[in-house]
Design a protein around this ligand. Structure first.
Ligand code: PLP
Length: 447
């Protein structure tokens, strides 16, 4: 496929106006200027067509502008747009009931609605402090939980997120995330690396730094997102749950990216057979309408009226979009994510065989990471190659997004078909091939 010359003239003009009035703190990897979208297809303002493999950072779970979601928003918009969280409305209650139905808890689930992922994390931090009376937390290196000052205190995937913003919230200690591909703690033969990390928390963090009774919660992504789409080993979450139970610490699963059916189950933590105490929700929950939530075990939600709230919590448009989204996920898209996710992993495994720059393909359902390396024996990340693949894919009509040091995230809409995946991954492989030609001889292959 011939590469497009991008940006086109209309896109270029909008980008120039953007630079004058929009904060430069946003990262724009490449110059895509959206005009409209439908399902997995998007068009820019110059009429160029792209296949969206990134789903707006894992947000457009039902694809772009799914007719059922659009209709639900339109119908609600005609009734009322806002009433505030001082009052009641049926859509909000219905969404709470839905969350209770899909929550991974044996006991009743109670929800607090937010407007974004970071606000969900802030709510989880406050609830954990309130409920336990403790103030300290454990987070993980490589984690991403948002950019407001509380959530930023946990975010540890890149220094740029923190640089210039100190002091952050006091009381967060970071443990290594159990990355089985690049472990940093020593593992004895036959040991589960996830259990090794939990032992480190017990012996080094709780043994030397924090009294367990001062710890309110452990905040963790069941599959690390921004940090590189890293799937922990099977022993990690059961061991972490046991540690939390031993010390009466709350286990908070940040499912903002991994939740809402993306991995083929409602919540990624369900792949590990563990019940958390609080779940943070965001991104894919309302197909793109700003919305988030925490869903907690009822016995944890002990805060009284006035202790936490927000103006837009349970916004009627967001609730309508979320209810339509959940219905679509329930009626087929979650099953689709599991099935076509395996299909995509199989194709990517074949691509990996043909392209030694791919060190690992990993993930669950439609949360897949492709990790590019420079050296097979050291697994040295190769960010320049990854960035080039992203650009070459864009010029060939494919939207992708990086994560971690040298990974591309394949976070497809849950509605994607096998044909669309085949088409997208064909372009993806072409981009890799061109990047290989450009960098010939750089890879140090040590079998
Ligand atoms: C796991 C996780 N938590 C929290 C957030 C923050 O969400 P938001 O950008 O909506 O504040 C993100 C965003 O990427 C995320 O991936």
């Amino acid at each position: 496929m011939e590469p497009m010359k991008l940006p086109g003239p209309k896109a270029q003009a909008i980008i120039e106006r953007d630079h004058a009035v929009i904060s430069p703190s946003y990262v724009r990897g490449y110059p895509f200027v959206m005009d409209h979208g439908q399902g997995c297809d998007v068009w820019d303002v110059d009429g160029n067509h792209f296949l969206d493999l990134a789903a707006g950072i894992a947000v457009t779970s039902t694809g772009h502008s799914h007719p059922q979601v659009v209709r639900a928003i339109q119908q609600q918009a005609e009734k009322f747009l806002h009433i505030s969280s001082d009052y009641y409305h049926s859509g909000w209650v219905e969404l709470g009931e839905k969350f209770n139905e899909i929550a991974p808890y044996a006991e009743q689930a109670v929800s607090f609605m937010t407007n974004s992922g970071t606000e969900s994390v802030e709510a989880a931090i406050k609830l954990a402090r309130y409920h336990t009376g403790a103030s300290q937390f454990i987070g993980f290196l490589g984690g991403f939980h948002g950019r407001t000052l509380g959530s930023l205190s946990f975010t540890a995937s890149k220094p740029v997120y923190r640089e210039g913003f100190y002091p952050l919230m006091n009381g967060v200690v970071h443990a290594p995330f159990p990355n089985p591909y690049r472990p940093i703690l020593e593992t004895k033969p036959g040991e589960d690396y996830g259990e090794v990390v939990v032992r480190y928390i017990e012996e080094e963090i709780l043994g030397k730094l924090l009294a367990a009774e001062d710890v309110a919660g452990v905040l963790v992504e069941p599959i690390q997102g921004e940090g590189g789409y890293i799937v922990p080993p099977p022993g990690f979450f059961p061991a972490l749950r046991r540690l939390c139970d031993r010390h009466k610490i709350l286990l908070i699963a940040d499912e903002v990216q991994s939740g809402m059916g993306r991995t083929g189950k409602w919540w990624a933590i369900q792949h590990f057979g563990v019940e958390p105490d609080i779940i943070c929700v965001g991104k894919g929950v309302a197909s793109g309408i700003p919305m988030g939530a925490i869903i907690a075990r009822q016995s944890v939600v002990t805060w009284p009226p006035g202790s936490h709230g927000n103006t837009y919590g349970g916004n009627p448009l967001a609730c309508a979009a979320a209810l339509a989204t959940i219905q679509l996920i329930q009626e087929g898209y979650m099953q689709n994510a599991a099935e076509v996710g395996e299909f995509a992993m199989d194709i990517l495994a074949e691509i990996q065989v043909r392209h030694p720059n791919i060190g690992e393909v990993r993930g669950a359902g439609l949360m897949i990471g492709v990790d590019f390396i420079k050296n097979h024996s050291t697994k040295e990340p190769y960010p320049q190659f990854r960035d080039r693949v992203v650009d070459l894919a864009f010029e060939r009509g494919l939207l992708t997004l990086g994560c971690g040091k040298s990974t591309i995230r394949v976070s497809l809409p849950l509605s994607i078909t096998r044909q669309e995946i085949e088409r997208g991954l064909q372009i993806f492989e072409q981009a890799i091939t061109v990047a290989e030609r450009e960098t010939e001889g750089v890879l140090e292959y040590v079998a």
